[in-house]
Design a protein around this ligand. Structure first.
Ligand SMILES: Cc1cc2nc3c(=O)[nH]c(=O)nc-3n(C[C@H](O)[C@H](O)[C@H](O)COP(=O)(O)OP(=O)(O)OC[C@H]3O[C@@H](n4cnc5c(N)ncnc54)[C@H](O)[C@@H]3O)c2cc1C
Length: 392
């Protein structure tokens, strides 16, 4: 039997955070799934590596993410139960900035709108409660108890395991080179560097490779290089232990935001910190990204936290690595049917904040591939929302 004759319901292209989740949900619902991934499981060449991801429920980016987050949390718990893996540690989260900053204002708005437990802390209370932080007196923090840390590689592996348990055919080291689908109709053909496959539906979850694979020029996606740093705090790691130190986002204003984590078991050893938004990112493609981290970048990171987490700023550098954001102009996700090919589902839930949603994204992508619609609120993620501005 040739590969093209396999009776596949859904092909999932890309098995990173979102594709692995989609494959798991589709296979669990009885769909025959073929998953295609150019690299190996939970690799470090895309957007889903680096040992930790922030999850938080109060969402400064937009209050309408909160219902999705509630579902995402429930599904992460289900995934832990189903696979017996430890994926999520709740540490609490602290959003710090001026009272009128995006991070503080937006977190409070979403917490109040959705009645989420939270505390507002002044600078002195922040430092008393979390001694590594040394905020200036005009800054405030919003603490939310449900925030925490996800282990991204383990999460991807867990979704892949669920998909395989339910019979998905997952192929690694196989690159999708193109796809064709009759406009408005049923059925797709997917070409790879090894062959061609037919299926009823296609889910495209290619992360930073989306600009090539989506075939939707009206969608202005840009890929941005990011750097992650692990520093060994001067004075020791104890004050950064996950039972006493939260995940945090620190809004410096002018579009610059820093975030970080408590100490986690290595490797790499150390306490991870990074820029969430730099205000002036480095554009790249997966082919052109500079994966080397330069000394001036380490200096810039140290300077950004010198006054707010001084013991970390002075710490020895243990490791640094790069990662890619796939950005939309409004920093909201892209999720929905391809406008010309409804049998093809597009998924780019990134803009630097998608990981925490991977479970619910898997559920949504399965809804869209099977039923063509979902009950989840995804209007914000319409793939065509920029078409007016860029059509020419
Ligand atoms: C530094 C950094 C920090 C982040 N921090 C957070 C955070 O704290 N919290 C949070 O919620 N989010 C965070 N994010 C964002 C989050 O990690 C991403 O939104 C998420 O990982 C995107 O998942 P994805 O499945 O779209 O991409 P990926 O996980 O990269 O998966 C895409 C997959 O498709 C494969 N692929 C692509 N093209 C092809 C092809 N042609 N053929 C076969 N396979 C293909 C790729 O190899 C890859 O495995 C962060 C991202 C980065 C980079």
């Amino acid at each position: 039997m040739t590969a093209a004759a396999r009776p596949v319901d859904v092909i999932v292209a890309g098995l990173g955070a979102m594709g692995s989740a989609a494959a798991a949900h589709l296979a669990a619902r009885g769909q025959r799934v073929l998953g295609l991934e150019q690299y190996q499981p939970a690799h470090d060449q895309g957007s889903s590596h680096g040992h930790s991801r922030v999850i938080r429920l109060a969402y400064f980016e937009h209050p309408s993410y909160v219902p999705l987050l509630r579902r995402a949390y429930a599904l992460w718990k289900d995934l832990e139960r189903e696979t017996g893996r430890d994926l999520l540690t709740v540490t609490g989260g602290l959003m710090v900035g001026r009272p009128d900053s995006e991070v503080v204002r937006g977190t409070l708005e979403s917490a109040r709108q959705h009645d989420l437990p939270h505390e507002v802390l002044d600078a002195a209370s922040i430092q008393r409660r979390f001694p590594p932080f040394t905020p200036a007196s005009h800054l405030v923090g919003v603490f939310e108890p449900q925030a925490g840390v996800l282990r991204p590689e383990a999460c991807v592996e867990a979704h892949l395991a669920v998909a395989a348990t339910h019979g998905a055919d997952l192929r690694f080291g196989e690159r999708v080179t193109g796809w064709t689908a009759p406009p408005g109709g049923d059925g797709v053909e997917v070409q790879t560097d090894r062959g061609a496959y037919a299926a009823s539906r296609l889910v495209l979850a290619p992360g930073a490779w989306a600009p090539d694979l989506f075939a939707l020029p009206q969608l202005p996606l840009e890929v941005e290089r990011q750097v992650l740093f692990w520093l060994d705090p001067a004075g020791g790691v104890a004050p950064f232990a996950p039972d006493r130190f939260p995940v945090y986002v620190w809004d410096h204003g002018a579009g610059v935001q820093v975030y970080g984590f408590p100490a986690q078991d290595g490797p790499p050893e150390g306490v991870k910190v990074a820029f969430f938004r730099t205000g002036r990112g480095t554009r790249c493609t997966p082919q052109t990204i500079d994966r080397h981290v330069h000394p001036d970048e380490v200096t810039m990171m140290r300077e950004a936290i010198a006054e707010v987490i001084p013991s970390l700023a002075r710490g020895d550098l243990r490791a640094a690595t790069t990662c890619m954001y796939t950005l939309t102009p409004d920093h909201h996700f892209v999720m929905g049917p391809h406008p010309r090919h409804p049998q093809v589902v597009l998924a780019s839930p990134c803009s630097g904040h998608g990981f925490k949603f991977a479970t619910v994204v898997g559920e949504i992508l399965a809804d869209l591939a099977i039923d063509g619609a979902t009950a989840h609120p995804i209007a914000l993620f319409d793939p065509l929302r920029f078409a007016g501005a860029s059509a020419g």
